[in-house]
Design a protein. Structure first.
Length: 117
């Protein structure tokens, strides 16, 4: 439960006090990638080592595949959209959700693999 709270509230995995990303809104596109260097409350380092967040790309891939499969079931099986309409909707929706998947994948990666001293 603590991990989910940290992920969905953009909080430090160790103390749940400070924010990991500087802005709370992932759609502030000029700043959506900016992260704090560490927790101002407990001192946990969010930038643990160079290349630490490369693993978050795999998490992002998994989240996007699962999301696409869910949309496929909804759009193709229940709604029965034509294939190219489905592909267009899916491409547009995935493009709009890039900032959200970026942040979610980094927060998940930090919670699962980050040193929590």
């Amino acid at each position: 439960m603590r991990i989910l709270r940290s992920i969905f509230t953009n909080r430090c995995p160790k103390c749940l006090k400070a924010k990991v990303f500087k802005t709370g809104n992932p759609y502030n596109l000029s700043h959506f990638t900016e992260m704090n260097n560490g927790c101002s409350h407990c001192g946990m380092d969010f930038r643990q080592e160079p290349g630490f967040y490369f693993g978050a790309a795999y998490v992002s891939y998994g989240l996007q595949v699962a999301f696409m499969l869910l949309l496929y079931v909804i759009f193709q099986v229940f709604i029965e959209l034509r294939f190219w309409v489905f592909v267009g909707l899916l491409a547009g929706l995935m493009l709009v959700l890039v900032p959200l998947f970026f942040r979610l994948s980094r927060l998940i990666w930090l919670n699962l693999t980050g040193r929590q001293d």
